[in-house]
Design a protein around this ligand. Structure first.
Ligand code: GLY
Length: 333
C-alpha cells in the first residue's frame, strides 16, 4: 500500500493507493463519527464497511444526474435520516459521485466531513484529489461548486479491474496530462505506482495553490478544448478522450505561438497515441462554436486563457489571436 499526503497544514489528509485500499476506511474515518452516509451509484460494484452505523444513498448514473436536484435529494435524505456535523459522508465511485457527494457534503449543515473511495482511474488520478466539488448546470459543466477538501482518499486499484475498457481509457486521458507536468515514464510503471505518481504530482500542486489562484491551473492542461467539446455535446466523447484531443490541440497552439517546437508536438502525439486515445477532432465540429466556448471557460477571466507548454513548462497564457486558435483546430481536424 502506498501512503501519500495532500499537504494543507491542519487540513492535510492521507491518500492511500493500492489493491484493497477500500478496506482501510474504518482506519481513516474522523474520530467520533457515529454514522456514515455512503453515496454511490447502482452500477458501482464496490461495497464498503465503515465499521459504524451507515446507510447507502444512490444517485443517478452519468453526468446528467450530476445536478442541483441530486444535491437537494441527498441533503433532504440526510436530514430525514438525521445526519449531523459529527457524522461523515463517504463517496464511493468515480468523478460524478465524488463531485456531487462532495458538494452536497460542503453545503449540508454548512459542511460535514467527506471521504472519497475512488473506484475509477479518472477519480483516482484526478477527481477525488484536491477538494474540487460541484455539479453541472444546463449552461455548462461544473458551473456550481466549492472547494471542500476530503478527510481522506482511498484509491483502491483492485477495483479498476471491474471497469469497462472505455472507462479505463477515460482515466488514461487524465493520466496522459501528467506526462507534461513532470511525471516521467508513467506508462512503464505498475498501476499502483502510476496512480501514486499522479497523486503525488497533484498533491504537490494543490498544496501550493489550493484555490487555483495560479499554479493549479496547470492541472487543466488539455481541458480548454476538452471542456468545449464536452459542452458542445454532440460528440460521443468521454472526458478523458476529450482531454487527450485537447492535449494535442494545446501542443499545436503552443507551436503556432512559438512556445514549443515540432519535436515537442510529436511527444504529445506519442503519449496520447500510446494510450490509444483519440487525437483528432470528431467529424462535424463547428470551429466558430468551439472558439466561442473557449471564451466561456472558467479560466477565461479578461480574455481566452489556455494552459500551454513552453520554455518554462506548462503555464496559463492569454491567447487573443483567434486566427491561430482556428489554425490549430485545423491541424487536428
Ligand atoms: N481537475 C483539476 C483540478 O483539480 O484542479
Amino acid at each position: 500500500m502506498i501512503e501519500l499526503e495532500v499537504p494543507l497544514g491542519e487540513r492535510s489528509y492521507p491518500v492511500v493507493v493500492g489493491a484493497g485500499a477500500r478496506h482501510r476506511l474504518g482506519d481513516v474515518l474522523p474520530d467520533g463519527v457515529q454514522r456514515v452516509a455512503v453515496v454511490t451509484q447502482a452500477s458501482i460494484p464496490v461495497a464498503v464497511d465503515p465499521g459504524v452505523d451507515h446507510r447507502v444513498f444512490t444517485i443517478p448514473e452519468g453526468e446528467v444526474g450530476k445536478n442541483i436536484a441530486t444535491v437537494e435529494r441527498l441533503c433532504r435524505d440526510w436530514a430525514a435520516w438525521g445526519l449531523t456535523r459529527g457524522d461523515c459522508v463517504v463517496a464511493v465511485g468515480g468523478g460524478v459521485v465524488t463531485d456531487t457527494a462532495g458538494f452536497a457534503a460542503a453545503v449540508y449543515h454548512r459542511g460535514v466531513p467527506v471521504l472519497h473511495v475512488a473506484t475509477t482511474l479518472l477519480g483516482q488520478v484526478d477527481a477525488a484529489i484536491g477538494g474540487k466539488t460541484g455539479v453541472n448546470l444546463p449552461e455548462g459543466k461544473n458551473l456550481v461548486g466549492s472547494f471542500w477538501q476530503p478527510s481522506a482518499v482511498l484509491c483502491d486499484t483492485e477495483v479498476l479491474a471491474t471497469l469497462p475498457a472505455r472507462e479505463y481509457r477515460n482515466g488514461q486521458g487524465e493520466m496522459a496530462k501528467y506526462a507534461f507536468l513532470g511525471v516521467d515514464d508513467l506508462q512503464d510503471l505498475p498501476i499502483d505506482e502510476a496512480v501514486a505518481a499522479c497523486v503525488r504530482c497533484k498533491a504537490d500542486v494543490v498544496g501550493s495553490d489550493e484555490r487555483e489562484g495560479g499554479r493549479r491551473a496547470v492541472l487543466n492542461y488539455g481541458h480548454t478544448l476538452g471542456h468545449a467539446l464536452e459542452t458542445a455535446g454532440r460528440y460521443d466523447l468521454r472526458h478523458g478522450e476529450a482531454v487527450a484531443i485537447g492535449l494535442v490541440y494545446a501542443a499545436e497552439l503552443a507551436l503556432r505561438l512559438g512556445r514549443i517546437d515540432e519535436t515537442r508536438v510529436a511527444e504529445h502525439r506519442a503519449v496520447v497515441s500510446a494510450y490509444d486515445l483519440p487525437m483528432n477532432l470528431p467529424p462535424g465540429v463547428d470551429a466558430d462554436r468551439i472558439i466561442e466556448l473557449f471564451g466561456r471557460d472558467k479560466k477565461a477571466v479578461g480574455g481566452i486563457t489556455f494552459v500551454l507548454d513552453g520554455p518554462s513548462g506548462v503555464e496559463a497564457v492569454k491567447v487573443s489571436d483567434r486566427q491561430l486558435l482556428g489554425q490549430a483546430l485545423e491541424a487536428i481536424a
